[in-house]
Design a binder for this molecule. Structure first.
Ligand code: FAD
Length: 397
């Protein structure tokens, strides 16, 4: 049981706030450091799949998730230009007991923040970590304001450009995948169906689903291109560029894109999964560093698992710290439990983009195959991903 000590979490994102609540519920004193001046998120949708929902449920947030989310009934794969249905994953009929939700990221973060504060977690804003040193006597965190903090246990939940990851593994060299993504939120049409639609065309695809009681519609659009684009969530683009990229798609997609005022563009990069997720101080092995979420295993968005893996990590890390007597053993158990599963999910997400972006003649063959399976054995398509969605990491306790 290691959670008697003070724990500092770096990053008030999904991983950081979830692990903070999970640890505080087990009796730890937790401080979360966040670089931003407020925990305020740029608007975008997330799909919380049953594996992530199981963690929220175990954290006592199942009701809040259902209140904030739109329950997803199905996933539809459509041919982009003709809009014809290629395959349907009927979640409501085939997985009636499972929780699939579309949630606004801002609502999920707000829910986790409130839940963390409720159990005594302290949030300190405007705390940007410049670097972390791993000294013989423990981790030292340097903020950009010049403060030097010496947390007993530092948990890096600082996302894609993690300084904790750099301290543990050295600098990574991500590469541009030659894919860019736009995201936008538009007003939803009245009675928007609670369905995730994936419109697939040669070299591009677009995913859309309703948010916030069906009043908003989330749009994520991916295009293959050779020109490099910055890996940032906050780079604005001209909505006309997005409309042009999808002007060969059907009227449904084109009508949605006409409603886009503000859109953001980001370059999709592949990052290696971190080799080392934990460290303990040579002279004081009860002091150390752990890392989770995007900091440990950044993923492309093609299986909607970034946030879900972060939630799973949070539960498993808190559980490992609560059930081991030594920090090295807890950190080893955590990485051992998570590394294989997250690597497999990241690899599956990498492969998915290619499946959506096929060009003729492969495209016609693949769509025919999908149409046939969808008509004759609709459960098969969903079953392919049961190893992701059917896992409940909280089942063991
Ligand atoms: C703005 C934004 C929008 C996103 N939108 C989507 C989306 O629409 N769909 C989707 O599938 N995924 C989206 N993602 C990715 C998805 O949310 C992540 O896969 C998931 O949230 C992983 O959570 P995380 O907590 O590991 O990282 P993040 O959610 O990135 O959280 C990291 C936190 O750490 C803070 N931080 C980072 N560096 C430092 C530092 N040096 N010092 C102090 N604090 C620091 C950040 O400000 C942030 O609050 C988004 C991520 C971001 C940041």
């Amino acid at each position: 049981m290691l959670i008697g000590q003070d724990i500092t979490v770096l990053g008030a994102g999904i991983a950081g706030l979830a692990v903070a609540r999970a640890l505080a519920l087990r009796g730890a004193r937790v401080t979360v450091l966040e670089q931003a001046e407020a925990v305020r998120e740029i608007g975008a949708g997330l799909q919380v799949t049953p594996n992530g929902a199981a963690v929220l449920e175990a954290l006592g947030l199942g009701h809040a998730l259902r209140a904030a989310g739109v329950a997803s009934q199905a996933v539809e794969l459509r041919d982009g230009p003709s809009e014809s249905l290629v395959a349907q994953l009927d979640l409501a009929r085939l997985r009636p007991g499972q929780s699939w939700n579309f949630v606004h990221r801002a609502d999920l973060v707000a829910m986790l923040l409130e839940a963390a504060r409720e159990v005594g977690v302290e949030l300190r804003l405007l705390q940007r970590a410049a670097r972390v040193d791993l000294t013989d006597e423990g981790p030292v965190l340097h903020t950009t304001q010049g403060a030097e903090l010496r947390p007993g246990l530092l948990i890096g939940a600082d996302g894609l450009h993690s300084v904790v990851r750099t301290a543990l593994n050295g600098a990574a060299s991500p590469f541009f995948t030659k894919q860019v993504a736009w995201r936008a939120v538009i007003p939803a049409e009245p009675e928007a169906r609670p369905v995730a639609e994936v419109h697939m065309g040669p070299g591009r695809h677009l995913v859309s689903y309703p948010l916030r009681g069906g009043t908003l519609r989330n749009i994520v659009a991916i295009e293959e291109r050779t020109a490099w684009v910055e890996e940032s969530w906050s780079l604005r683009d001209d909505a006309m560029e997005l409309r042009l990229a999808f002007d060969s798609f059907g009227p449904r997609v084109r009508d949605w894109l006409e409603l886009v005022d503000d859109c953001w563009l980001w370059g999709l990069f592949r990052h290696p999964i971190a080799r080392r997720w934990g460290w303990t101080a040579p002279a004081a092995p009860s002091l150390g560093v752990a890392m989770l979420g995007d900091a440990a295993h950044p993923t492309l968005p093609f299986l909607a698992q970034g946030a879900n893996m972060a939630l799973e990590d949070a539960w498993v890390l808190a559980q490992a710290l609560a059930t081991h007597d030594s920090l090295p053993a807890a950190l080893a158990a955590f990485q051992c439990a998570r590394a294989g599963r997250t690597a497999r999910i990241v690899a599956a997400a990498n492969a998915n983009a290619r499946n959506y972006h096929l060009r003729s003649p492969l495209r016609e063959v693949a769509h025919l195959g999908l149409r046939t399976v969808s008509a004759l054995a609709p459960g098969q398509l969903l079953k392919r991903y049961d190893w992701i969605h059917g896992v409940n990491v909280t089942a063991g306790g």
